[in-house]
Unconditional design. Sequence first.
Length: 385
Amino acid sequence: MKDALRYSHALGRLGGMVTACTIAFGAFCAPAFSEDNVLRAAPGEVVQINAPASTQQSPTAARPFSTMAQRAAVKPMVWDGTARNPDTTVPAVDSRAPRPNLTGGGNAPSFGDYMARNDFPDAWKVVDKVAASENNRATGIPDIAPQDGPHYPFTRFLGNYYTSQWTVPPWNKIGKLYFNVPGGGSSYCTASVASGNSVILTAAHCAYTRGAGWNYNFVFVPADRYGAAPYGSYGWQTATILTDWINIGGRRHDVAAIKLTGERSTGLPVVNYVGWLGRSWDWGYEQWTYSHGYASNFSTQYTNVCAGWTFYAPSEGTDVLVQGCDMTYGSSGGPWLRNFTHNSHAGNHVNSVVSGPHIGAFGTYYVGARFSSSNLVPICNAIGC
């Protein structure tokens, strides 16, 4: 089929079972299983899928999620209950454990916003209209949006609702990830640019629906607000998850990386417009983080942020962080930032991504994989963070 997407993926421990699948736009059939796409990227095993270039880069190809109205109408991804498979072993203090690591973020060229204004003028008209409306208010707008009050043990405040956080770091590196799910429906998650090689990080359940197969037609829009795309939109080249996400599930495996194509109209990489966030892994369970997400229980059209301490919970198990937050659906895949620094390309290290609700505490606490040498590192080694 000319306009079909052909996918092949692996379930690492299924032996020699091989079937075939063709996923056409709006249709679904059982995916193929092949050992060919299982990559052993020390210290773990990952599964990788490549997008057909013809469907993502050809000017004549169908382009889902291409208008503001289409993007604004997409519903959030519902949290995946199959992710609960805790290893309840208490983390041991081991002198041989990996030392904490991090890699810094990077800034876009100094003319990135100027270039974006020229390349995406309609979206920037929206930005300027919102900014003018804010400037007409008697009280003005502070650098950080007013907090809406303490929510023990965290504080939540507005993310890119105001222009003071819309087109500046780290906010402009965080956006919506749109996709189709097996069966042909559409959904979105939150994701962030976390590599100078135009790789975004999100949750594995945003890339692969357990029991059904790969999601597809990924489109990332950094700084998305009410469907406006001041830095354009980006298709995908490659998606990578852990084989353990497919075979076992579990919050600690709920991590994915997706390498983006160039912007759909200009061909330029996303980092040319917004730069990228840093990454950190193998840090302790207690970290002060700012977690971000397009949470539908507040608004699907802009981000909220929860600030608070992360901690270990025996019910969630090893390599799972818990943080107080009342965000729910749509925040999946949103980055948890250590060393949060407003309006700066420094600091802002992604240390986890939103996976789902803490057991027994929906809408009060949520959890994410603790980035470690067992999850983030093999994924990044395979995709080339």
